[in-house]
Ligand binder design. Sequence first.
Ligand SMILES: NC(=O)c1ccc[n+]([C@@H]2O[C@H](COP(=O)([O-])OP(=O)(O)OC[C@H]3O[C@@H](n4cnc5c(N)ncnc54)[C@H](O)[C@@H]3O)[C@@H](O)[C@H]2O)c1
Length: 261
Amino acid sequence: MNTPNTPQPAGRLAGKIILVSGAASGMGAQHARAICQEGGSAIIADIAHEAGRQLAAELNELHGRKAALYAELDVADHQDWTRAVAAAKEHFGALHGLVNNAGVGSKGSVLESSIEDWKRTIDINLTGNFLGMKAAVPLLRENPTSSIINVSSIAGLVGFKNRAAYSASKWGIQGLTKTSALDLGELGIRVNSIHPGSVNTPLTAGLKRGFGQVPAGRAAEVDEVSPLVIYLLSDESRYVSGANIAIDGGETAGNNLRAFN
Ligand SMILES: NC(=O)c1ccc[n+]([C@@H]2O[C@H](COP(=O)([O-])OP(=O)(O)OC[C@H]3O[C@@H](n4cnc5c(N)ncnc54)[C@H](O)[C@@H]3O)[C@@H](O)[C@H]2O)c1
């Protein structure tokens, strides 16, 4: 653990404390790893307690410093958020970034989606981002250069067949992000949304996906997404706010299906 004589870590996020929701698995876990690799510290917040605690222990061991903390968090619960942010303050003394990454998939058109599915998807994917910002902003604003990243999807850039609730939740994130960039800019907080295409994670493991629409011709691996998150968390992106950035191998660049006619 850190003492006054502990050398400060070097890296693009040196000294920055970042809360990542949904960080026990998939992209969130890789973001937490990358944050620690770049000299920052990560609060790994999730409902998957065992996996989250394991990852925090692994990162503390790997980096030999107070690199990570696990916090129990259901993103749809306002009180959980209050506790997670308080834990960050108590353990690390500050918060410089928030990655609203936790999310769930849901399938179905408006005809097929149940009202319960709709509410659950909006609660976790969209309200979860709102609650996260609401809880974290009072601490984030104590620093002059804080950054919030809201994880949307390409389903929040274009329509997405058979994903009515998911797409609505992800488009909602884009609107919440742009409006919050306007509202929070004067507090020194930048807010951006990222829009991954197909990424190989447990969330997509069971899906049949075609890549004909993807110029890259394949899905991404999680370590191809984290560099964008690191950039947006770091002061290198200090003039970037209110942006919605696709990271999708070109999938939403346009219609890619007419090569031969
Ligand atoms: N994988 C993809 O292709 C893809 C593409 C675009 C966007 N996304 C988005 O990226 C984000 C991460 O997805 P992933 O693919 O890494 O998924 P994943 O399933 O591997 O990880 C999601 C994490 O969120 C956690 N989680 C779920 N509900 C939660 C809740 N209520 N409170 C706290 N944590 C909760 C899970 O326990 C898990 O650890 C999601 O928002 C997802 O919608 C994923």
